[in-house]
Ligand binder design. Structure first.
Ligand SMILES: *Cc1c(COP(=O)(O)O)cnc(C)c1O
Length: 248
């Protein structure tokens, strides 16, 4: 049995309302500066480390998309939000181990962090039995090419970790749908340089996968730059919900 989450109090509701107004304005301004329609940018509220009550309150304020980065936290939170009678679109955005695939496909609508052919296959197998419609997937791209830090490698021949092979795997597996690319600006890189590089990679990628138009890039600190370089999904945590006490 999953309990209903505790509702937020009036002060927390006011803080979330204010955070949301700020972020919506930032997105609108960035779209105006880039000559883009704000309808082309989906804001994902990243609720990691915050309780299900916050997620429910955000949906009450019009947020449709929620993001989490750890299965241990996301699975029970998604169940609690559902128990509150709320339907949200859940995005899994964190590093994912293959042994968690079976759990993640049950609540996630989109997985942003596929960076190996082996993970793609594990998700496909899990999605075949664990859900009744295809799982949307994005290839997480390594912008700095550092294989140790996660992300598929653009231009690499690596049969498991190359961007090409991972995208081909996702496009070819029936229980998955290839929706696009995701990236995080590497530590120590200017967002401008990181997202310019990502836009280049995305252009080449779309030549081979024209229907996979999603570009998940930009967080609280750099969403304007990401929108300027074509982000269709921004993943916003601290600017909406407050600073997290843990570094993740
Ligand atoms: C935590 C997280 C975010 C949100 O980060 P903020 O800086 O709090 O907006 C976005 N993307 C990923 C992959 C994350 O893990």
């Amino acid at each position: 049995m999953t309990g209903r989450p505790d509702p937020v109090g009036p002060d927390r509701r006011a803080a979330l309302t204010a955070g949301l107004a700020v972020v919506r304005t930032r997105i609108a301004d960035a779209c105006a500066a880039a000559g883009r329609d704000p309808a082309g940018v989906t804001m994902i509220a990243v609720t990691k480390t915050y309780p299900a009550g916050d997620a429910v309150a955000l949906t009450g304020l019009g947020v449709t998309d929620l993001g989490e980065n750890r299965d241990q936290e996301a699975a029970p939170k998604a169940a609690e939000v559902a128990a509150a009678g709320v339907t949200a679109r859940w995005h899994f955005i964190g590093q994912l181990q293959r042994n968690k695939a079976r759990s993640v496909v049950r609540y996630a609508d989109v997985v942003h962090s596929v960076d190996s052919v082996r993970l793609a296959r594990a998700l496909a197998t899990a999605a075949e039995s664990g859900r009744d419609r295809p799982l949307e997937t994005l290839v997480q791209v390594s912008i700095d090419g550092d294989a140790a830090r996660g992300g598929a490698l653009p231009g690499a021949a690596d049969a498991d970790r190359g961007l090409g092979p991972v995208a081909e795997a996702l496009a070819g597996l029936g229980s998955l749908r290839l929706a696009g690319l995701m990236a995080v600006a590497p530590l120590g890189w200017e967002p401008e340089r990181a997202f310019a590089r990502l836009a280049e990679v995305a252009e080449g990628f779309r030549a081979g996968h024209p229907a996979a138009t999603a570009l998940s890039a930009g967080m609280s600190g750099d969403l304007e730059v990401a929108i300027g370089y074509g982000a269709t999904h921004v993943r916003v945590g601290s600017a909406l919900l407050g600073m997290r006490s843990t570094l993740r």
